[in-house]
Design a protein around this ligand. Sequence first.
Ligand SMILES: NC(=O)c1ccc[n+]([C@@H]2O[C@H](COP(=O)([O-])OP(=O)(O)OC[C@H]3O[C@@H](n4cnc5c(N)ncnc54)[C@H](OP(=O)(O)O)[C@@H]3O)[C@@H](O)[C@H]2O)c1
Length: 232
Amino acid sequence: MLCLPRKLAFGMTSLLQLVNNAGVAWSSCPDKVLAAKEVLNTNYYGVKNLTHALLPLFRPSAAGSRVVNVSSMAGQLAAVGNNKWKEQLSGEDNLNEEVIECFIQAYLKDRAEGVDTVLLIPNKEVFEAYGDYTLSKAACNAHTRVVARDLANRKEGEKVFVNCMCPGITSTAMSQNKGHSVEEGADTAVWLVLRPASECVTGKFFLKRQDRGFFYIREAFSIDAQSMIPEK
Ligand SMILES: NC(=O)c1ccc[n+]([C@@H]2O[C@H](COP(=O)([O-])OP(=O)(O)OC[C@H]3O[C@@H](n4cnc5c(N)ncnc54)[C@H](OP(=O)(O)O)[C@@H]3O)[C@@H](O)[C@H]2O)c1
């Protein structure tokens, strides 16, 4: 049996759905810039590159194809404290991959200089533990909107619905096994993949099967982020 990359390389298969689930919360690399890049490589560049690589292989379907990015409430725009970036990332027509890249570079510059001008997370310990993750998921959310907008005018039968979601605090290695069951965490992603085309929207952020927008989710501020920081 051939594995997926080989099947794709030989044109032996086509796709209907892509769920970008892989993610990391932090890196153990002592160099802060390299650590941030490591997290970004999986949580943002992985999602971006895989989506671009696989989109041409999506086959036409009356039900519409689906891309679901497993993101996080952590990446909501309320966590982006800098108004310039908040404005740029919440733009509609002017938001693109270059803007997202500049946002990332501004954060990496902060990391190199040991300051926080992009996210402005007041709690230093939480910033150190979750700054890279927050940034990467904000970039992932913005990218979801860019791809959704760019594909929005596809004709009937070739539509691709692109959305992101947060599984909520889910009991896995990432959360130190805190939170609800994996089934509950996966529920919204599965629902987005299986929804009838007539009910589908694109370019949205979902939590518990609800479109919650990209700006502010109250639950995010009731999470005790500090309790999820692993002991050294
Ligand atoms: N758990 C939560 O409370 C929570 C909350 C909000 C959002 N999320 C998001 O949910 C998603 C799943 O996380 P999880 O809780 O299941 O975390 P997890 O238990 O740590 O699992 C992460 C998964 O991502 C894979 N992965 C990591 N880096 C990869 C890479 N570079 N290439 C390919 N695969 C890679 C891992 O594969 P290996 O096992 O092979 O390393 C593993 O299967 C993530 O995107 C995460 O950000 C989780």
